[in-house]
Design a protein around this ligand. Structure first.
Ligand code: GLU
Length: 308
C-alpha cells in the first residue's frame, strides 16, 4: 500500500513549467522536456512558466540562464509571466526551512560525508548512501550543525504518474532523512523546487524521468509544507548510444537555433508524435502549428529512457 501523502487539489487552471538548471546549454534532452511540458500545457489551454534553477550556484555557468532563455525564444517557445530565478529566492527557502524547524520536522546534522560513509549501511536511490539518522535525536555534545535535514516517515510515499504509473519509495529505507540546507550554506534542490512549485501554483509537472527518484521526497516536502500536490508526468529521458543520459557530464551537444525546425521535429518524434515526413523541411512556425494541432499525450512512450 502506498500512502498518498497530500490531497491532489483539483486545479481549475492548468499551469505547467520548465525549470532548467543553467549548468550548461540546453541539449536535445532538455528540448524534449521543454517540448513535452509546453505542449501538454498549451493543449489544455494552460499557462507555461519558465524558472531558472540556479540555486546550486557553484555548478552554474555565468550568463547561462540568459543564454537558455534566448535559445528557448529562438526555438519559438512563448512563456507566461515573469521568469523566476532561484538564486533570488533565498528568503522564501529560509522561511520554509524555519517553519519546518519550528515544527520539529527539520533537524541540524553535524555529520561529515566521511562519517556518513562510515556509518551508513544502506545504498540510497540516487547512488549515494541513505542517511542513517545519527543526529535525529539531537547533536552529540561538542558537535555543531553542518546541514539541516528533513525527517522522513517509515512508510512508502508515492503517487500515480500520468506516464510511468505508480511511483513510490520507502523514504526511510531508500533515502533517509534528506538535506534541506547543505553544509556549504546553499539550499538543496529538493527544498527550492518544492517551495517554488507551490509559490508559482504549478498544477502539472512534466519533466524527465531522471527526476522520478526525487518525486517521493518532493511529495513528502509538499505534505510537510501544506502544499498541494501537482499532477506528474515523467517523460522518457534521452540517452546516447552508450545508454547514458544526455547531460553536461556526457558532453551532450547544445541545441542549435539555426536547426530549430528539424530539432523540434526530432523532439516530437522522440515523444511518439507521428510528424509527417513533409514537415521535415518545413519552417519552425509550420512545425509548431502542426504540433499544437496534433499533440497526443497518449502516444508518449511509457519508458524511462530511450536512445536517439
Ligand atoms: N532543474 C532540474 C534540472 O534541470 C529540473 C527540475 C524539475 O523539473 O523539477 O534537471
Amino acid at each position: 500500500m502506498v500512502a498518498e501523502v497530500a490531497a491532489v487539489l483539483p486545479q481549475a487552471q492548468y499551469r505547467g513549467r520548465f525549470a532548467p538548471s543553467p549548468t550548461g546549454p540546453l541539449h536535445f534532452g532538455s528540448l524534449v522536456a521543454a517540448v513535452g511540458s509546453y505542449l501538454d500545457a498549451r493543449s489544455q489551454d494552460g499557462e507555461w512558466l519558465v524558472r531558472i534553477e540556479d540555486v546550486d550556484t557553484p555548478r552554474c555557468q555565468p550568463g547561462m540562464g540568459d543564454a537558455i532563455l534566448r535559445s528557448l525564444d529562438a526555438f519559438g517557445f512563448a512563456w507566461d509571466r515573469e521568469v523566476i530565478w532561484q538564486s533570488r529566492r533565498s528568503e522564501a527557502y529560509a522561511a520554509a526551512l524555519d517553519e519546518l524547524r519550528r515544527r520539529g520536522l527539520a533537524y541540524a546534522c553535524g555529520c561529515s560525508r566521511k562519517e556518513i560513509a562510515d556509518s551508513a549501511t544502506r545504498p540510497a536511490v540516487d547512488g549515494g548512501l541513505a542517511y542513517p539518522g545519527t543526529c535525529r535525536d539531537g547533536l552529540a555534545p561538542g558537535r555543531s550543525a553542518r546541514a539541516w535535514r528533513l525527517r522522513v516517515p517509515d512508510q512508502r510515499i508515492g503517487c500515480v504518474d500520468r506516464i510511468q504509473g505508480e511511483v513510490a519509495q520507502h523514504l526511510a529505507e531508500d533515502v533517509g532523512d534528506f538535506v534541506l540546507l547543505r553544509a556549504d550554506g546553499l539550499f538543496a534542490y529538493q527544498l527550492a523546487v518544492t517551495v517554488d512549485d507551490q509559490f508559482q501554483q504549478i498544477s502539472d509537472i512534466v519533466r524527465g524521468a531522471d527526476l522520478l527518484d526525487s518525486t517521493p521526497r518532493q511529495l513528502w516536502l509538499q505534505h510537510c509544507l501544506g502544499a498541494p500536490t501537482p499532477r506528474y508526468a515523467h517523460l522518457p529521458v534521452v540517452a546516447n548510444a552508450a545508454g547514458e543520459k544526455l547531460s553536461k557530464q556526457t558532453r551532450a551537444a547544445a541545441i542549435d537555433p539555426a536547426q530549430a525546425a528539424p530539432q523540434l521535429v526530432a523532439a516530437l518524434r522522440f515523444l511518439g508524435q507521428p510528424v509527417p515526413d513533409e514537415l521535415v523541411c518545413a519552417s519552425l512556425a509550420e512545425v509548431w502549428a502542426w504540433a499544437l494541432a496534433h499533440w497526443d499525450f497518449a502516444r508518449i512512450p511509457q519508458q524511462r529512457a530511450a536512445i536517439i
